[in-house]
Write a protein that binds this ligand. Structure first.
Ligand code: ZN
Length: 435
């Protein structure tokens, strides 16, 4: 998918009123299913997931705030952010002074609506501009009508798609949250980039399976982890994608390991890009913190443009489609695809005959490959000797590339040529071990 295709898809998904459990997630998945096959899981409301409980399913027919003259001051149909996520139903007439505590606004950004939720505490509230709050008359009457339902017998929906690899031994995870209503960068941008990745991968093109997960944030990702504990040992790398379409620099946040294959793959991909940066792990941010909790300890990093919380439109009505662009969405997808490719190809090799150097001419690797090595050599020749030396089963190709200061792709091509000549073969483990 090109950047424009991603943007067009973002435009379609943007107005859908998503929440943790509810029809909005299912409608979002319906749209994605036109592009990629999805397998869905429904997790019943009330299900215990570690320290959490899946909340009741929340759906909204309409919600309005009317002023003293009956005029509509805020309408869910115009912007779903007006309603605090998971608000219980209400139909009341209140004095302005009684209404005030129910209103959420941003005094520092008086013309935008904040995004607020109350998943685990039963209440209701409205999100409005500070300008509207300032105009509330304490002695006048206001009418609030929230036609919502909280269904204890509902369910939370997540979906996944797996693109099988040719070796099928390991799995690369890519995950994005699908629970944000009408937010562009923090909502639909991650969804379309993850969908674009799934669509770009042909079965059998990579060695490892790639699993793309579309789940509501936190409880949705935890639900996936809860149901897949037995197979988490297959995960060799993971990337959480969100906030993926603004003009800020590409940002990769390292896994808690800091030097996992995915961290080194991201570094090798982003180091050549001008508009990119690497940040160390922090135990807050997006869903990487669930994958990274000590009980899972998966090597999962996060890819974004400007990280969540670090741009002024974040979690407000200003995070609209003008914040994201086809070019930036396309660039995020290209980087994601490249990181996945590198981490997939990052094998460790062992020499088939590790004693001494091989006589290269006997293996069709003579002549140009070796002659000028003593004079400093060309990159391929240096890579050849580095791979032959470090093919001891302990050093993966990213480590060899870093140590040799040679681009990963060159090291990879040389290793594949050596494998083709029967001089090296992939070692069992792809993760770096000490040595
Ligand atoms: Zn968010």
């Amino acid at each position: 998918m090109e950047g424009q295709d991603l943007y067009d898809l973002a435009e379609r998904l943007y107005p859908i009123t998503r929440s943790l459990p509810g029809e909005g997630v299912r409608r979002t998945l319906d749209v994605l299913e036109e592009l990629i096959p999805l397998s869905r899981t429904e997790v019943p409301s009330g299900t215990q997931i570690y320290d959490w409980t899946v909340p009741p399913e929340w759906n909204v027919r309409q919600a309005t705030l009317r002023g003293p003259g009956g005029e509509v001051l805020a309408d869910y149909a115009a912007n779903p952010l007006h309603l605090v996520g998971h608000s219980e139903p209400a139909h009341v007439t209140l004095l302005g002074s009684e209404l005030r505590p129910r209103l959420h606004a941003l005094p520092d950004h008086p013309d935008v609506i904040p995004y607020r939720t109350s998943y685990y505490e039963r209440t209701w509230g409205l999100c409005v501009t500070q300008e509207l709050v300032d105009a509330i008359d304490d002695l006048a009457e206001y009418e609030v009508e929230i036609d919502s339902s909280l269904d204890e017998h509902g369910s939370l929906t997540y979906a996944e798609t797996v693109i099988p690899g040719k070796a099928g031994t390991g799995e690369i995870l890519v995950a994005t949250h699908v629970c944000h209503p009408q937010l562009a960068n923090d909502g639909v941008a991650g969804i379309v980039v993850a969908a674009g990745l799934a669509r770009s991968l042909e079965p059998g093109a990579l060695r490892n399976d790639v699993r793309v997960i579309f789940a509501p944030g936190s409880i949705g990702m935890l639900s996936w982890l809860h149901r897949n504990e037995a197979s988490l040992g297959r995960v060799i790398a993971g990337i959480v994608v969100s906030n993926a379409g603004d003009a800020g620099p590409l940002t990769y946040k390292q896994s808690r390991h800091g030097d996992a294959a995915v961290d080194r793959a991201a570094a090798s991909v982003l180091v050549g890009r001008e508009h990119a940066r690497i940040e160390p792990f922090l135990p807050w941010g997006g869903d990487e913190r669930q994958f990274s909790s000590p009980g899972f300890d998966l090597p999962v990093g996060a890819l974004s443009r400007t990280p969540p919380g670090f741009y002024p439109e974040y979690h407000t009505s200003a995070d609209d489609l003008s914040v994201i662009s086809p070019g930036d969405l396309g660039a995020t997808l290209a980087a994601l695809r490249e990181i996945v490719d590198v981490v997939d190809a990052n094998l460790a090799y062992t020499r088939t005959e590790p004693r001494g150097e091989p006589q290269l001419s006997r293996h069709g690797l003579s002549g140009a490959m070796t002659t000028s090595l003593l004079a400093g050599g060309e990159e391929e020749r240096r890579a050849l000797f580095w791979v032959l030396n470090l093919a001891d089963g302990h050093h993966d190709l990213l480590e060899i590339a870093a140590r040799a200061q040679i681009p990963f792709q060159t090291v990879r091509e040389v290793a594949e040529a050596l494998e083709g000549a029967g001089l090296v073969r992939p070692a069992a483990a792809t993760e770096r071990s000490p040595g």
